[in-house]
Design a protein. Structure first.
Length: 557
């Protein structure tokens, strides 16, 4: 007997025997539901036999047979009703447990999100992707067949999505392209570090999405609920269906604030802030100005995260301001990182260590933020020792800048497009999906082992565009993405360590060393970050002008 838990209220299982009932009762279950019709197999115990054993064990029962391969809407309705009427928790079974899991998935459609349902069933060993459209439709079989059809559908209108749409249009103007994204505002997220340092107004980092979608590209202002790659379909909230010939996936990352206990309740007050959110970056600057003494903590969660240098950028700019104000010696600055190095590419570490020393920063490696009590000014970290043992440490703070844990959005993580770690499974060089030939991805949600930055998306967009056009024209992909990413580390006002690197930490400077030596703090790099990169983003990258971003091509043989 197997007990596969779907929720605290119900578990499912393959076929049981009367002898299993005692163990089911001892496991705490108070009712049994049979979803398998009697007589499906010669060795199958009848429901009556199971019911007799259940009554002896004091368990309630219900017979809700579901025909093999055809879970009807009424079957889900019957299970939903039984879950209300029977004492719980409930144990349901059929031949393999699949029919019971399917009934539960459809029955829960109005009370749980699709990712929650798919995650629970996947954990229990059942793939419910085949009924995702019905779940999105409230558990009922859809009747609307009015699907929209496009040559290319792009999921996500962030940096990667808008850039690749513009790059495709510049190559093949007659492509019928649609971008799916529910957001009405597009943000220049690299600017939020400057906002948090008092160097930029937050409003300059936001523009209306409608003004940025390339001309001739359809904008579907909706959220994606699920993917049906075998049917070339994207399911939207409300069960609308969008069909495609080719799909590009680039929705960005999920900031998992809830992963840190107590954080959501105190964000934006009690000295707790983050440059990872548009509305909180100005509060970072307010806290920097208000802090004249005490302890300031800057945290970094386990990778991957958007721009792994961002937590340090906030810290260095804050420290530089306190230095200029003459209060640096009164502020105890600590960098609490879950990692075991200051920066993942060794060539840039010496320059950063100079600023750690200059600002008297206490670096704490293998310290992962797990809980916050803002009103008490306390934070808790899981600390991994040299022997691998983890202990819990408490520390007080006056200011806390948090970089939240990050992961792929739920609708990506539970989809058929994701690998075991939840990322869209693509080829590192071509950005083509490793299973579905007509699906591509770029940006933060890909499985590629590059640094997740806007600069990476800028390099990926023309590569993907070239390769997708190659595919349309019957050729194998010819463009190569070498893992380029860039992280301009703002170490003080007026100077930046310009980290540019690719796969394996290989240095990939855009400009010659005599102009900018990225391994050293530079005023030219600051000028590039402050004056050049924003217009490059708004006026070039998002418009399909690939300045300094031409793809590397496969060498002819």
């Amino acid at each position: 007997m197997e007990i596969r838990k779907l929720s605290d209220q119900i578990a499912v299982s393959p076929q049981i025997t009367p002898a299993d009932v005692k163990a089911i009762a001892e496991a705490g279950y108070r009712a049994i539901i049979c979803n398998r019709p009697d007589g499906e197999a010669d060795d199958q115990p009848t429901f009556g036999e199971v019911e007799t054993a259940a009554k002896k064990a004091g368990l309630a029962t219900r017979y809700l047979p579901v025909d093999k391969g055809t879970v009807k809407d009424s079957d889900a309705d019957a299970l939903r009703q039984a879950m209300v009427e029977l004492p719980g928790p409930i144990f349901a079974y059929c031949r393999t447990g699949t029919r019971s899991a399917t009934c539960w998935s459809l029955a829960m459609a109005e009370t749980k999100s699709l990712p929650e349902i798919l995650d629970a069933t996947k954990t229990a060993g059942y793939d419910m992707a085949g009924v995702a459209r019905r779940i999105v439709n409230g558990g009922q079989t859809p009747t609307d067949a009015g699907d929209a059809h496009y040559d290319v559908v792009i999921v996500g209108a962030g940096a990667g999505g808008v850039a690749v749409a513009a790059s495709l249009k510049s190559r093949k103007s007659d492509l019928d392209i649609a971008i799916i994204d529910p957001a009405g505002t597009h943000y220049y997220q690299p600017g939020w570090t400057m906002v948090g340092g008092g160097l930029l107004d937050a409003s300059t980092t936001a523009k209306s999405m409608g003004k940025l979608i390339p001309a001739g590209v359809h904008w579907i202002k909706s959220a994606v609920a699920a993917f049906e790659p075998k049917d070339n379909a994207v399911i939207l909230d409300g069960c609308r269906v969008v069909k495609y010939k080719r799909l590009i996936v680039c929705p960005g990352l999920k900031l998992d604030w809830r992963a840190i206990e107590g954080l959501e309740e105190t964000l934006g007050r009690n000295g707790v802030t983050s440059n990872y959110r548009y509305d909180l970056a100005p509060y970072t600057w307010e806290m920097v100005k208000q802090t004249r003494k005490g302890r300031a903590l800057f945290t970094q969660p386990p990778l991957p995260i958007k721009c792994p240098g961002a937590p340090q950028k906030a810290m260095y700019l804050s420290a530089d301001y306190w230095r200029q104000e003459g209060v640096l010696n009164q502020v105890d600055i600590r960098f609490m990182t879950a990692g075991d190095v200051l920066f993942g590419v060794p060539d840039y570490v010496p320059a950063l260590e100079q600023y750690v020393d200059r600002y008297h920063i206490g670096v704490r490696f293998k310290h992962n933020l797990v809980a916050v009590d803002g009103s008490a000014g306390k934070a808790w970290f899981d600390v991994t020792g040299e022997d691998g043992a983890v202990s819990r440490m408490e520390t007080e703070f006056d200011m806390l800048h948090v970089a939240p844990p990050q992961c792929a959005p739920d609708f990506i993580r539970v989809s058929p497009l994701a690998n075991a770690d939840g990322w869209v499974d693509v080829h590192n060089a071509t950005l083509r999906h490793n299973t579905y030939d007509n699906i591509w991805a770029l940006g933060d949600v890909t499985s590629t082992p590059n640094s997740k930055t806007a600069a990476a998306a800028r390099a990926q967009a023309p590569v993907l565009a070239d390769n997708l056009i190659d595919d349309i024209e019957g050729r194998s992909p010819t463009a190569i993405y070498a893992g380029y990413g860039s992280c301009p580390l703002t170490v003080e006002r007026g100077k930046i360590v310009l980290a540019e690197f690719g796969y394996g930490g290989v240095l990939m400077p855009t400009l010659p060393k005599w102009m900018i030596d990225g391994t050293k703090p530079s005023r030219r790099a600051w000028f590039l970050k402050e004056r050049i990169l924003p217009p490059v983003y708004w006026k070039a990258m998002l418009r399909g002008k690939e300045w300094l971003a031409k793809p590397e091509k496969v060498s002819a043989k």
